[in-house]
Design a protein around this ligand. Structure first.
Ligand SMILES: [Zn+2]
Length: 64
């Protein structure tokens, strides 16, 4: 039985999903929250766009 996530926890999962694969129950809880919370849907989309921009910048790359 999963308890519902708060918006804060959802944001944390969205960010940490970037660095490591989420557990099945974390993904389920995240998706369940995104379906019911328009604020987190917007935040999730904005994080996605931000990370895409970061990846593009990093791919262009400063030489190490
Ligand atoms: Zn939310």
């Amino acid at each position: 039985m999963n308890k519902p996530l708060t918006c804060r926890e959802t944001t944390y999962l969205v960010i940490s999903a970037r660095d490591e694969a989420l557990k099945r129950e974390q993904l389920d809880a995240l998706n369940a929250h995104l379906q019911t919370c328009s604020y987190c849907r917007v935040a999730n989309a904005q994080f996605g766009a931000l990370y895409a921009q970061l990846d593009a910048l990093l791919a262009r790359g400063v030489q190490p």
